[in-house]
Design a protein around this ligand. Structure first.
Ligand code: EPU
Length: 354
Protein backbone atom coordinates (compact mmCIF):
# COMPACT_ATOMS: atom_id res chain seq x y z
CA UNK A 1 0.00 0.00 0.00
CA UNK A 2 1.34 3.39 -1.03
CA UNK A 3 0.22 6.34 1.10
CA UNK A 4 0.33 9.53 -0.99
CA UNK A 5 0.32 13.03 0.50
CA UNK A 6 -1.07 16.30 -0.93
CA UNK A 7 -2.45 14.70 -4.07
CA UNK A 8 -4.00 17.20 -6.55
CA UNK A 9 -7.65 16.34 -7.25
CA UNK A 10 -8.34 18.77 -10.13
CA UNK A 11 -8.40 15.90 -12.61
CA UNK A 12 -10.24 13.58 -10.23
CA UNK A 13 -13.48 15.60 -10.12
CA UNK A 14 -15.50 16.38 -13.23
CA UNK A 15 -16.09 20.03 -12.23
CA UNK A 16 -12.30 20.47 -12.45
CA UNK A 17 -12.22 22.19 -9.04
CA UNK A 18 -8.73 22.66 -7.59
CA UNK A 19 -8.28 20.88 -4.25
CA UNK A 20 -5.90 18.41 -2.67
CA UNK A 21 -6.33 15.14 -0.85
CA UNK A 22 -4.12 15.54 2.21
CA UNK A 23 -3.73 11.75 2.36
CA UNK A 24 -4.74 9.31 -0.36
CA UNK A 25 -4.58 5.53 -0.78
CA UNK A 26 -5.38 3.87 -4.11
CA UNK A 27 -7.55 0.79 -3.76
CA UNK A 28 -6.78 -1.57 -6.64
CA UNK A 29 -7.80 -4.67 -4.71
CA UNK A 30 -9.57 -5.59 -1.50
CA UNK A 31 -6.20 -6.13 0.24
CA UNK A 32 -5.39 -2.41 -0.12
CA UNK A 33 -8.35 -1.54 2.12
CA UNK A 34 -7.35 -4.16 4.67
CA UNK A 35 -3.84 -2.64 4.73
CA UNK A 36 -5.22 0.90 5.23
CA UNK A 37 -7.54 -0.27 8.01
CA UNK A 38 -4.67 -2.03 9.80
CA UNK A 39 -2.24 0.87 9.48
CA UNK A 40 -1.94 2.53 12.92
CA UNK A 41 -1.65 6.00 11.36
CA UNK A 42 -4.71 5.57 9.14
CA UNK A 43 -7.18 3.23 10.77
CA UNK A 44 -8.88 5.77 13.02
CA UNK A 45 -9.02 8.54 10.39
CA UNK A 46 -12.37 9.52 8.88
CA UNK A 47 -12.53 8.21 5.32
CA UNK A 48 -13.83 9.52 2.01
CA UNK A 49 -14.41 7.15 -0.90
CA UNK A 50 -13.62 8.70 -4.30
CA UNK A 51 -14.80 7.12 -7.54
CA UNK A 52 -14.93 9.05 -10.80
CA UNK A 53 -15.60 12.33 -8.99
CA UNK A 54 -18.59 13.02 -11.24
CA UNK A 55 -21.05 13.77 -8.48
CA UNK A 56 -19.07 15.86 -5.98
CA UNK A 57 -18.40 19.51 -5.21
CA UNK A 58 -15.06 20.03 -3.46
CA UNK A 59 -15.21 23.10 -1.21
CA UNK A 60 -11.63 22.80 0.05
CA UNK A 61 -8.81 20.32 0.56
CA UNK A 62 -10.11 16.92 1.61
CA UNK A 63 -8.96 16.15 5.15
CA UNK A 64 -10.39 12.65 5.60
CA UNK A 65 -8.29 9.82 4.19
CA UNK A 66 -9.25 9.56 0.50
CA UNK A 67 -9.73 5.99 -0.71
CA UNK A 68 -9.49 6.21 -4.51
CA UNK A 69 -11.28 3.18 -5.91
CA UNK A 70 -9.40 1.57 -8.82
CA UNK A 71 -10.71 -2.02 -8.67
CA UNK A 72 -10.99 -3.18 -12.28
CA UNK A 73 -12.41 -6.13 -14.23
CA UNK A 74 -15.64 -7.00 -16.03
CA UNK A 75 -16.92 -10.45 -16.81
CA UNK A 76 -19.92 -12.65 -17.37
CA UNK A 77 -20.18 -14.24 -13.93
CA UNK A 78 -22.94 -16.72 -14.72
CA UNK A 79 -26.19 -17.06 -16.58
CA UNK A 80 -29.54 -18.52 -15.66
CA UNK A 81 -32.53 -19.13 -17.90
CA UNK A 82 -33.71 -15.55 -17.43
CA UNK A 83 -30.63 -13.35 -17.22
CA UNK A 84 -26.94 -12.81 -17.77
CA UNK A 85 -25.21 -11.86 -14.55
CA UNK A 86 -22.40 -9.43 -15.26
CA UNK A 87 -19.86 -8.45 -12.61
CA UNK A 88 -17.70 -5.33 -12.77
CA UNK A 89 -15.04 -3.84 -10.51
CA UNK A 90 -16.05 -0.60 -8.80
CA UNK A 91 -13.23 1.34 -10.49
CA UNK A 92 -14.40 0.56 -14.03
CA UNK A 93 -15.70 3.50 -16.06
CA UNK A 94 -19.50 3.28 -16.25
CA UNK A 95 -19.85 4.08 -19.95
CA UNK A 96 -17.09 1.60 -20.86
CA UNK A 97 -19.07 -1.10 -19.05
CA UNK A 98 -22.26 -0.20 -20.97
CA UNK A 99 -20.32 -0.35 -24.27
CA UNK A 100 -18.68 -3.67 -23.33
CA UNK A 101 -22.01 -5.32 -22.42
CA UNK A 102 -23.50 -4.41 -25.81
CA UNK A 103 -20.39 -5.53 -27.71
CA UNK A 104 -20.60 -8.88 -25.95
CA UNK A 105 -24.31 -9.42 -26.61
CA UNK A 106 -25.77 -8.52 -23.20
CA UNK A 107 -28.26 -5.68 -23.81
CA UNK A 108 -30.12 -3.83 -21.06
CA UNK A 109 -27.90 -0.94 -19.99
CA UNK A 110 -28.15 1.04 -23.28
CA UNK A 111 -30.45 3.78 -21.86
CA UNK A 112 -27.74 4.52 -19.29
CA UNK A 113 -25.02 5.17 -21.91
CA UNK A 114 -22.63 8.10 -21.48
CA UNK A 115 -23.40 8.76 -17.80
CA UNK A 116 -20.10 9.95 -16.32
CA UNK A 117 -18.61 8.18 -13.32
CA UNK A 118 -17.56 4.76 -12.15
CA UNK A 119 -19.36 1.45 -11.66
CA UNK A 120 -18.91 1.73 -7.89
CA UNK A 121 -20.68 5.08 -7.75
CA UNK A 122 -23.63 3.90 -9.85
CA UNK A 123 -25.63 2.28 -7.01
CA UNK A 124 -24.88 5.10 -4.57
CA UNK A 125 -27.17 7.53 -6.35
CA UNK A 126 -29.09 4.87 -8.31
CA UNK A 127 -28.18 6.51 -11.63
CA UNK A 128 -31.00 6.83 -14.09
CA UNK A 129 -31.83 8.17 -17.53
CA UNK A 130 -34.46 7.76 -20.25
CA UNK A 131 -36.77 5.49 -18.30
CA UNK A 132 -34.18 3.11 -16.80
CA UNK A 133 -32.68 3.28 -13.34
CA UNK A 134 -29.76 1.25 -12.09
CA UNK A 135 -32.08 -0.61 -9.70
CA UNK A 136 -33.93 -2.09 -12.73
CA UNK A 137 -30.76 -3.97 -13.76
CA UNK A 138 -29.10 -4.47 -10.38
CA UNK A 139 -28.40 -7.91 -8.91
CA UNK A 140 -26.12 -7.38 -5.90
CA UNK A 141 -22.92 -5.69 -4.77
CA UNK A 142 -19.91 -6.42 -2.62
CA UNK A 143 -18.61 -3.85 -0.18
CA UNK A 144 -16.23 -3.55 2.74
CA UNK A 145 -17.18 -2.13 6.11
CA UNK A 146 -14.71 0.70 6.68
CA UNK A 147 -14.81 0.30 10.45
CA UNK A 148 -14.39 -3.44 10.80
CA UNK A 149 -12.79 -4.32 7.45
CA UNK A 150 -15.41 -7.05 6.99
CA UNK A 151 -16.68 -7.72 3.46
CA UNK A 152 -20.43 -7.95 2.94
CA UNK A 153 -22.92 -8.35 0.10
CA UNK A 154 -26.17 -6.42 -0.42
CA UNK A 155 -29.11 -7.30 -2.65
CA UNK A 156 -31.40 -4.70 -4.21
CA UNK A 157 -33.82 -4.55 -1.25
CA UNK A 158 -30.93 -4.01 1.16
CA UNK A 159 -29.66 -1.12 -0.97
CA UNK A 160 -33.02 0.67 -0.40
CA UNK A 161 -32.93 2.31 -3.80
CA UNK A 162 -35.01 5.41 -4.47
CA UNK A 163 -34.90 8.24 -7.00
CA UNK A 164 -31.18 9.20 -7.02
CA UNK A 165 -31.00 7.60 -3.59
CA UNK A 166 -29.79 4.50 -1.73
CA UNK A 167 -28.67 3.29 1.70
CA UNK A 168 -25.24 4.76 0.85
CA UNK A 169 -26.65 8.31 0.93
CA UNK A 170 -28.13 8.03 4.42
CA UNK A 171 -26.46 8.25 7.77
CA UNK A 172 -27.63 5.65 10.28
CA UNK A 173 -28.25 8.36 12.85
CA UNK A 174 -30.49 10.56 10.69
CA UNK A 175 -34.04 10.31 12.07
CA UNK A 176 -35.55 10.91 8.63
CA UNK A 177 -33.43 8.10 7.16
CA UNK A 178 -35.35 6.34 4.39
CA UNK A 179 -33.55 3.22 5.48
CA UNK A 180 -34.92 3.14 9.02
CA UNK A 181 -31.65 3.43 10.88
CA UNK A 182 -29.59 1.33 8.46
CA UNK A 183 -27.61 4.08 6.75
CA UNK A 184 -24.18 3.39 5.28
CA UNK A 185 -23.08 6.89 4.34
CA UNK A 186 -19.31 7.09 4.79
CA UNK A 187 -19.26 3.60 6.29
CA UNK A 188 -18.62 1.30 3.34
CA UNK A 189 -16.57 1.01 0.19
CA UNK A 190 -18.25 -0.72 -2.75
CA UNK A 191 -15.79 -3.10 -4.44
CA UNK A 192 -17.83 -4.94 -7.10
CA UNK A 193 -21.30 -4.62 -8.61
CA UNK A 194 -23.37 -7.33 -10.34
CA UNK A 195 -26.06 -6.66 -12.91
CA UNK A 196 -28.85 -8.97 -14.10
CA UNK A 197 -29.42 -8.29 -17.80
CA UNK A 198 -32.64 -10.00 -18.89
CA UNK A 199 -32.41 -12.42 -21.82
CA UNK A 200 -35.95 -11.43 -22.85
CA UNK A 201 -34.72 -7.96 -23.80
CA UNK A 202 -37.31 -5.28 -24.56
CA UNK A 203 -36.46 -1.71 -25.54
CA UNK A 204 -37.38 0.95 -22.99
CA UNK A 205 -38.95 3.71 -25.07
CA UNK A 206 -41.53 6.41 -24.36
CA UNK A 207 -39.25 9.37 -23.69
CA UNK A 208 -39.89 12.42 -25.86
CA UNK A 209 -36.26 12.63 -27.03
CA UNK A 210 -36.27 8.95 -28.09
CA UNK A 211 -39.70 9.27 -29.74
CA UNK A 212 -38.23 12.11 -31.81
CA UNK A 213 -35.32 9.90 -32.94
CA UNK A 214 -37.77 7.13 -33.89
CA UNK A 215 -39.89 9.54 -35.93
CA UNK A 216 -36.86 11.10 -37.65
CA UNK A 217 -35.28 7.74 -38.55
CA UNK A 218 -38.50 5.85 -39.27
CA UNK A 219 -37.18 3.00 -37.07
CA UNK A 220 -40.07 1.63 -35.00
CA UNK A 221 -38.33 -1.41 -33.46
CA UNK A 222 -34.84 -0.19 -32.52
CA UNK A 223 -32.09 -2.58 -31.44
CA UNK A 224 -30.21 -2.04 -28.17
CA UNK A 225 -27.25 -0.73 -30.19
CA UNK A 226 -29.55 1.73 -31.98
CA UNK A 227 -30.90 3.03 -28.67
CA UNK A 228 -27.34 3.32 -27.34
CA UNK A 229 -26.36 5.40 -30.39
CA UNK A 230 -29.43 7.63 -29.99
CA UNK A 231 -28.86 8.16 -26.26
CA UNK A 232 -25.23 9.12 -26.96
CA UNK A 233 -26.41 11.64 -29.58
CA UNK A 234 -29.13 13.07 -27.29
CA UNK A 235 -26.77 13.47 -24.33
CA UNK A 236 -24.00 15.00 -26.47
CA UNK A 237 -26.50 17.53 -27.86
CA UNK A 238 -27.85 18.78 -24.53
CA UNK A 239 -25.33 17.94 -21.81
CA UNK A 240 -21.80 19.36 -21.60
CA UNK A 241 -18.88 16.91 -21.96
CA UNK A 242 -17.01 17.16 -18.63
CA UNK A 243 -13.70 16.78 -20.55
CA UNK A 244 -14.51 20.08 -22.27
CA UNK A 245 -16.70 21.99 -19.77
CA UNK A 246 -16.47 20.89 -16.14
CA UNK A 247 -19.80 19.88 -14.55
CA UNK A 248 -21.42 17.26 -12.32
CA UNK A 249 -24.49 16.41 -14.43
CA UNK A 250 -27.88 17.47 -13.08
CA UNK A 251 -27.18 19.63 -10.05
CA UNK A 252 -30.65 19.32 -8.48
CA UNK A 253 -33.13 16.47 -8.21
CA UNK A 254 -36.49 16.80 -9.94
CA UNK A 255 -38.87 17.61 -7.05
CA UNK A 256 -42.13 15.80 -6.43
CA UNK A 257 -45.25 17.54 -5.14
CA UNK A 258 -48.78 16.52 -4.22
CA UNK A 259 -51.49 16.76 -6.92
CA UNK A 260 -53.06 19.64 -4.93
CA UNK A 261 -49.77 21.54 -4.83
CA UNK A 262 -49.32 20.94 -8.56
CA UNK A 263 -52.86 22.14 -9.38
CA UNK A 264 -52.18 25.28 -7.37
CA UNK A 265 -48.93 25.96 -9.28
CA UNK A 266 -50.60 25.24 -12.66
CA UNK A 267 -53.15 28.00 -11.93
CA UNK A 268 -50.30 30.47 -11.69
CA UNK A 269 -47.90 28.82 -14.16
CA UNK A 270 -49.96 26.95 -16.78
CA UNK A 271 -46.90 25.89 -18.79
CA UNK A 272 -45.13 24.05 -15.97
CA UNK A 273 -43.51 20.77 -17.14
CA UNK A 274 -44.85 17.97 -14.94
CA UNK A 275 -45.28 14.18 -14.99
CA UNK A 276 -47.86 12.15 -13.03
CA UNK A 277 -46.23 9.27 -11.15
CA UNK A 278 -47.74 5.90 -10.35
CA UNK A 279 -47.92 6.70 -6.62
CA UNK A 280 -50.20 9.70 -7.25
CA UNK A 281 -47.56 12.38 -6.74
CA UNK A 282 -46.38 14.71 -9.49
CA UNK A 283 -42.78 15.17 -10.61
CA UNK A 284 -41.73 18.62 -11.78
CA UNK A 285 -38.86 19.32 -14.19
CA UNK A 286 -36.31 21.21 -12.08
CA UNK A 287 -34.60 22.34 -15.32
CA UNK A 288 -37.82 24.09 -16.35
CA UNK A 289 -38.27 25.75 -12.93
CA UNK A 290 -34.72 27.12 -13.07
CA UNK A 291 -35.07 28.10 -16.72
CA UNK A 292 -38.24 30.19 -16.22
CA UNK A 293 -36.57 31.96 -13.31
CA UNK A 294 -34.16 33.28 -15.94
CA UNK A 295 -31.00 31.42 -14.91
CA UNK A 296 -29.95 29.83 -18.20
CA UNK A 297 -26.54 31.14 -19.24
CA UNK A 298 -26.11 33.22 -16.01
CA UNK A 299 -22.86 33.14 -14.00
CA UNK A 300 -21.62 33.92 -10.51
CA UNK A 301 -17.83 34.13 -10.51
CA UNK A 302 -16.71 31.18 -12.61
CA UNK A 303 -19.82 29.11 -11.87
CA UNK A 304 -22.39 29.13 -14.64
CA UNK A 305 -25.78 27.70 -15.59
CA UNK A 306 -25.42 25.69 -18.81
CA UNK A 307 -27.19 27.41 -21.70
CA UNK A 308 -28.71 24.22 -23.15
CA UNK A 309 -29.92 22.62 -19.88
CA UNK A 310 -30.56 24.81 -16.84
CA UNK A 311 -30.26 21.85 -14.45
CA UNK A 312 -26.53 21.62 -15.09
CA UNK A 313 -24.05 23.95 -13.39
CA UNK A 314 -20.73 24.34 -15.16
CA UNK A 315 -17.15 25.50 -14.65
CA UNK A 316 -16.76 28.62 -16.78
CA UNK A 317 -13.06 29.09 -15.96
CA UNK A 318 -11.74 25.87 -17.56
CA UNK A 319 -8.47 24.49 -16.25
CA UNK A 320 -6.64 27.83 -16.30
CA UNK A 321 -8.94 29.68 -13.85
CA UNK A 322 -11.21 26.95 -12.50
CA UNK A 323 -14.41 27.48 -10.59
CA UNK A 324 -14.23 27.04 -6.81
CA UNK A 325 -16.59 24.88 -4.80
CA UNK A 326 -17.64 28.06 -2.97
CA UNK A 327 -18.70 29.69 -6.26
CA UNK A 328 -20.69 26.60 -7.26
CA UNK A 329 -22.50 26.57 -3.92
CA UNK A 330 -23.17 30.35 -4.02
CA UNK A 331 -24.78 29.93 -7.45
CA UNK A 332 -26.71 26.86 -6.28
CA UNK A 333 -28.07 28.76 -3.25
CA UNK A 334 -29.08 31.76 -5.40
CA UNK A 335 -30.98 29.40 -7.73
CA UNK A 336 -32.66 27.67 -4.77
CA UNK A 337 -33.76 31.04 -3.39
CA UNK A 338 -35.27 32.30 -6.62
CA UNK A 339 -37.09 29.01 -7.36
CA UNK A 340 -38.39 28.97 -3.78
CA UNK A 341 -39.61 32.56 -3.96
CA UNK A 342 -41.52 31.94 -7.21
CA UNK A 343 -42.82 28.38 -6.71
CA UNK A 344 -42.51 27.64 -2.98
CA UNK A 345 -40.35 24.61 -3.82
CA UNK A 346 -36.93 23.96 -2.29
CA UNK A 347 -34.68 22.24 -4.83
CA UNK A 348 -32.46 19.54 -3.37
CA UNK A 349 -28.89 19.32 -4.70
CA UNK A 350 -27.85 15.98 -6.19
CA UNK A 351 -24.04 16.01 -5.79
CA UNK A 352 -22.25 15.35 -2.52
CA UNK A 353 -20.69 18.51 -1.11
CA UNK A 354 -17.28 17.71 0.38
N1 EPU B 1 -36.38 21.89 -19.44
C1 EPU B 1 -36.51 23.24 -19.68
N2 EPU B 1 -35.38 24.02 -19.57
C2 EPU B 1 -34.18 23.49 -19.26
C3 EPU B 1 -34.07 22.11 -19.02
C4 EPU B 1 -35.19 21.33 -19.11
O1 EPU B 1 -37.59 23.74 -19.95
O2 EPU B 1 -33.22 24.25 -19.20
C5 EPU B 1 -37.56 21.04 -19.61
C6 EPU B 1 -37.43 20.25 -20.92
O3 EPU B 1 -37.99 20.93 -21.96
C7 EPU B 1 -38.15 18.99 -20.61
C8 EPU B 1 -38.03 18.81 -19.11
O4 EPU B 1 -37.58 20.06 -18.59
O5 EPU B 1 -39.52 19.10 -20.92
C9 EPU B 1 -37.13 17.68 -18.73
O6 EPU B 1 -35.80 17.89 -19.25
P1 EPU B 1 -34.84 16.66 -19.67
O7 EPU B 1 -35.55 15.74 -20.58
O8 EPU B 1 -33.56 17.25 -20.12
O9 EPU B 1 -34.65 15.84 -18.34
P2 EPU B 1 -34.36 16.28 -16.83
O10 EPU B 1 -35.57 15.95 -16.02
O11 EPU B 1 -33.90 17.69 -16.78
C10 EPU B 1 -33.45 13.98 -16.01
C11 EPU B 1 -32.25 13.48 -15.25
C12 EPU B 1 -31.05 13.38 -16.17
C13 EPU B 1 -31.38 12.41 -17.29
C14 EPU B 1 -32.62 12.93 -18.03
C15 EPU B 1 -33.13 11.96 -19.07
C16 EPU B 1 -32.55 14.21 -12.96
C17 EPU B 1 -32.13 15.15 -11.89
N3 EPU B 1 -31.97 14.38 -14.14
O12 EPU B 1 -33.16 15.31 -16.43
O13 EPU B 1 -29.97 12.82 -15.41
O14 EPU B 1 -30.30 12.27 -18.19
O15 EPU B 1 -33.72 13.13 -17.10
O16 EPU B 1 -33.69 10.84 -18.45
O17 EPU B 1 -33.37 13.34 -12.72
C18 EPU B 1 -28.08 13.40 -14.06
O18 EPU B 1 -28.66 12.89 -13.11
O19 EPU B 1 -26.92 13.91 -13.94
C19 EPU B 1 -28.74 13.48 -15.35
C20 EPU B 1 -28.21 14.12 -16.40
Amino acid sequence: MLVEKNVPLQHSNTFGIVAKALTLVRVAQEADIAAALQDPALKAAPKFVLGGGSNIVLTGDVKPLVLKVEIMGKRLLREDPKAWIIEAGAGENWHDLVTWTLQNGYPGLENLALIPGTVGASPVQNIGAYGVELQDRFESLDAIDLTTGQPFTLNAAQCAFGYRDSVFKHSSSAPESATHGFGLEGKALITRVRFALPKAWKPVLGYADIDKKMAQSGIQAPSAQQIYDWICEIRKAKLPDPQVIGNAGSFFKNPTVSPEQCADIIQREPKIVHYHLADGTVKLAAGWLIDVCGWKGKTIGNAGVYEKQALVLVNRGGTADPVTGGEVMTLAKAIQTSVYERFGILLEPEPVVV
